[in-house]
Every structure is written in C-alpha cells, then in structure tokens.
Design a protein around this ligand. Sequence first.
Ligand SMILES: Cc1ncc(COP(=O)(O)O)c(C=O)c1O
Length: 393
Amino acid sequence: MTTSRSRLDGVFDFDEVIDRRGTASEKWEKYRGRDILPMWVADMDFRSPPAVIEALHRRTEHGVFGYTGPPPELVAATLSMLERDHGWQVDPGWIVWLPGLVSGLNVTCRAVGEDGDEVLTLTPVYPPFFSAPGNSRRGVVRVPLREENNRWGIDFERLEAAVTPRTRLFMLCNPHNPVGRVFDHAELQGLADFCLQRGILICADEIHCGLLLDPDKRHIPIASLAPEVAQSTITLMAPSKTFNIAGLGCAFAVIPSEALRRRFRQAKAGIVPMLNPYGYLAATVAYRDCVDWRAALIDYLRANRDTLAAALGRMAGGLTMAPVEATYLAWIDVRGTGVSGPVRFFEEAGVGLQDGCDFDGAGFVRLNFGCPRSVLQEALARMSRALETLHGG
Ligand SMILES: Cc1ncc(COP(=O)(O)O)c(C=O)c1O
C-alpha cells in the first residue's frame, strides 16, 4: 500500500494511508503478501496524536531507559480526565498501573474467590473474558445479550437464573466489545443492584470509554454510581484504544476498596512486569494534551460508521448491524447471506474480518473501521462485489 496525502480533517489527517508493513504489526502481518485488507484486531491505522509522537521523540533523545515508575503528571492527568470526561472523582491511592488491560482481567480473576468459583459475563464478548477465569481455575458462566428492536440489551431474567452459590464475580465490558453498546444509567444501576444484592464483585473493562461516537451519549463508569458500588468494583481503563498506543502497554485499575486493592496487588506480585517509560509518557500526554485530537478522531470515526452502515444496507444478502454507539468495531450479522464460513468468504474477496465465533457469536463477523475512509470504502466495495456474485447479481 502506498502512502498518500489526500485531505486534512481539521488539523489532523486521518485520511492519510500509512504503510504499516514491515513494522511487525499483528494486524497487517496476518495477511502478509496477500491482497487482503486487515480489518480484524482492534488497533487503528492512524498515527497517534502529534503531541504524543513529539514527547516520545524527546524522551528517546534523553537515551536512558531504566526502570520507571508512574510520573506524577500522569496521575494528575488521569484524575483530571476521569473528572472532565466522566464526572468521576478518584483518589490517587486507588490507582494500580498495569502493562495491559488483559493483565488486569486475569489478575482480577486470580484475586477474587477460590478455585472452582464462577464468573458471570454477557456474551458475545471480547475473548479474554472467557480465558481469564479459566487461567485462574474459575468457571465462566455465559449469559447472552438480547437483540431486540435493533438494539443489544441485558436479559436480567437470564442473568438471575445463571447465579449459583459459587458466583463471585461479574465481568462487564462497557462500552461493549463487540456489540458497540454504551450501557445507560438504568442498565448500569440494574447491574450494580443485581451484583450488590448477591455479594458479587464487579470487574468493569471500560477500555473503550473514550470512544463514544454520538454526542448525546455519556459513558458512566459503573463504580461512579454510588460509594457502595465503588467498594465492590475493579474498574480497568487505558488510553490505548482511544489514542492508538496499544503497543506501548499502559493501563490501570481503579480499586477504591483497600482490601480488594491489597488482594489485587498480591495476585499480580512478581508476575506482572513494570510498565515502560514510553507507555507512561504517551499516556500522560494523551490524557493531558490531546483533547482536540480525540474530538477530531471521533468525528472521523462517526463518519466511517455512517459510511459503513449505509453501504451494508445497499449490499446483497441482507447484512445487518445494530447501531454502533461506541468503539470502531462493527458487529455484523451475516446469517442472511447463507454463507457458512463468512471469514473465509470475505478473505477470498480481499477483506480480513474477525470471526464472531471468537466472541461466542456464530453467524456474525466483527469489522474494524478505524482506518482511512478510502480503505474502508475499498473493503466495502470488495465485500459488495463478492455478495453480488454470490447472489447472482
Ligand atoms: C474490551 C477490551 N479489553 C481489553 C483489550 C486489550 O487490552 P490490552 O491490550 O491493554 O491488554 C481490548 C482490545 O481489543 C478490548 O477490546
């Protein structure tokens, strides 16, 4: 793929097609040497904010890369972000830094309950929600989300029926990967009440909280609902998705309960490594100095989402997608196409999607639209042509 400059979107150019080949990118290596546009794993094909890149350059010039702790400016920037963006006041002592959010999911499962206990989760969901409990010899209990009137929602009756005396933890993904929902106040209050009444702790993966696409939606950290919810919750967040710095490894847990925080720290001791200076620095600058960049990104992603939704509606085979309220990930129902192996089918058409089965969602594929619009349009044209051929158009 060539590098081209086409249009400036405000001051930030999300249209630029950047060649990621030769950077050992997980997303692009999968299809190395093949004409398949990778639209699977959740990172974006955009450059990180210029302020982040400049700060990393300056840090590189310094040239000494020893063991590094969380800079005080990062703590301040994180607290300000939580208050500014989510109206959540957090005490600096509640934060535990992590080199990745998946580490946090695993440490949480290890810290809560005993071998043989159960972890509840809503499916389809990001695959580590299935593996993390098993890694700590806990069982996973899957409660399907319900699609009704083109909207994914929580089936509280099924959730209730799934509880056993061994249920210790509920793992929430909000905003939700892959269905793209931003759970509202009533839904979150319902989940919090459900868990608190049964003594079930909450692990809230809120990594996509900076990626709400509609101005009328608001991300509510479940722990911010009430002090007693905060005391029962481990919230996991990171700047990695929003600012496209996943490879730099910087995430954090917010754990207001001192006892739970102690258990969490013990569970990760000696296993989870320190963070690196680049991750800390990139996170600091992203949270503190990149508000405008994020606003421009959201506008761009929203237009990509709308382009995608319109194109799916025009395709043969009846592909459908409930509105994506947050994330750059679209959860597409391909059952109407009659294709039994949709990932292979679209790969043969030159588009690399993620199999819904990975999320416990057979009959669906996930498409990552965090890419220049021209790339998205090319992918959609390829998908459309393949479906037309299939349906004899
Ligand atoms: C819901 C969710 N949690 C966690 C992660 C990954 O987090 P990390 O790379 O920090 O381990 C992802 C990445 O796609 C995600 O979608």
